[in-house]
Design a protein around this ligand. Structure first.
Ligand code: ATP
Ligand code: 3PG
Length: 394
């Protein structure tokens, strides 16, 4: 992979694929800008060389057409602050060529969400070739989307000569840190998995069983395990078609000697709201009409104790609905335990858009070793899978 420092961008227009899939609140304000800040060194290097930049990104999961809540126009002003200059905006990825060609050295153009075209996620070659016309060199700095073989993350590279395909600083740094955990993990090695996207992660959990000593499973995905074990989970998150797999994972963990820890209790709520009525329940005895939204006190203690004794820690996915203060305690306490372990010499790698947001929001960002901008991308890399976004640069 050609690195940024091996390329001189003077007089060149670079198409830079970034992962600006940042969380937005209801009024479209950015609630965590980690991914924006993380790509800045790459963009500055290109500009300082005397190049111009055409930014491509996705935001959210639109259904193949424009959707106001997923428009990248919401982040234009923030980018302007970040780069200390006005950032131009192209409202349609396939109508952006004239605007791109008019860019002067040092200028930046942000192109509307590439997923407003269904061809993006299909990895359509014609669509990719049209995007490639926006510049003369392709830079991929979208580590968070490097596991997607999409038009702008991978296929587009075919339209550029190998010497004009470049890996950005963020992409390179992320790969270096992930390798540290994969190849030099000091034991005990603990992975903590949580969040809502059960189907995205459950297969990856299986792979982690070959690498870790402890696997802690919290957040929404834990209820699929509880239900599979015969528990009552009320209205908590469930992916019914993954229950068999959950049981298999429990068995496999046993066979491999991995300490798989599930929450024993939860903070449950009578509605999905910060002002809901709450109480603590055993994870297998959640009444109908109630839903588990955070780790309970026993689970918090069990998780934190293991984390504090670990020498390598990988965390992906919050332990509860941390965005609501009533359900943030599990995530906060686990983050504190990771910070304590790091202070005591452990290497801690935090992955996932929401996990990174939680660590920032709760004020722990300076107390962990590395915050990855990748969720699925980091995990797939850890699992030993090839990342199409990286392979395409070769
Ligand atoms: N018990 C729960 N019930 C419902 N939602 C939950 C629960 N626990 C956590 N969540 C939600 O899960 C979401 C995060 O899940 P997600 O799988 O997206 O994690 P992530 O860290 O962002 O990883 P990635 O980057 O792969 O998306 C948060 O918005 C959080 O509120
Ligand atoms: O948030 C992420 O993990 C990346 O931006 C990829 O998004 P996706 O899971 O919607 O492809």
């Amino acid at each position: 992979m050609k690195t940024l420092d091996q390329y001189n961008f003077a007089g060149k227009r670079a198409v830079v694929r970034v992962d600006f899939n940042v969380p937005l609140d209801k009024s479209f304000a950015i609630t965590d800008d980690t991914r924006i800040r993380a790509a800045t060194p790459t963009i500055k290097k290109i500009l300082q060389d005397g190049g111009s930049v055409v930014l491509l990104s996705h935001l959210g999961r639109p259904k193949g057409g424009p959707e106001e809540k997923y428009s990248l126009k919401h982040i234009v002003a923030r980018l302007g602050q970040e780069y200390g200059q006005q950032v131009q905006f192209a409202e349609d990825a396939l109508q952006a060529e004239a605007q791109a060609q008019a860019l002067q050295p040092g200028q930046i153009l942000l192109v509307e969400n590439v997923r407003f075209y269904g061809e993006e996620e299909k990895g359509n070659a014609e669509f990719a070739a049209k995007l490639a016309k926006l510049g003369q060199v392709y830079v991929n700095d979208a580590f968070g989307a490097a596991h997607r073989k999409h038009a702008s993350t991978a296929v587009i590279a075919d339209s550029f000569a190998p010497e004009d395909r470049v890996g950005g600083y963020l992409l390179q740094g992320e790969l270096d840190n992930a390798k540290k955990v994969l190849e030099q993990a000091e034991r005990p090695f603990t992975a903590i998995m949580g969040g809502a996207k059960i189907s995205d992660k459950i297969l990856i959990i299986e792979k982690l069983l070959d690498k870790v000593d402890n696997l802690l499973i919290g957040g929404g995905m834990a209820y699929t395990f509880a239900k599979a074990q015969g528990g009552q989970i009320g209205n908590s998150l469930l992916e019914a078609d993954k229950m068999d797999l959950a049981l298999e994972l429990i068995e496999k963990a046993k066979a491999k000697g991995v300490n798989l820890v599930l929450p024993t209790d939860s903070v449950i709520a009578d509605k999905f709201a910060n002002d809901a009525e709450t109480k603590v329940a055993q994870n297998n005895q959640i009444p109908d009409g109630w839903l588990g939204l955070d780790l309970g006190p026993d689970s918090i203690k069990a998780f934190s104790d293991i984390v504090r004794q670990s020498k390598t820690i990988l965390w992906n996915g919050p332990m509860g609905v941390f965005e609501m203060s009533s359900f943030a305690k599990g995530t906060e306490t686990v983050a504190q335990a990771i910070a304590d372990a790091t202070q005591a010499g452990a290497f801690s790698l935090i992955g996932g858009g929401d996990s990174a947001a939680a660590v920032n929001q709760l004020g722990f960002s300076e107390q962990v070793s590395y915050i990855s901008t990748g969720g699925g991308a980091l995990l797939e890399y850890m699992e030993g899978k090839e990342l199409p976004g990286v392979t395409a640069l070769g």
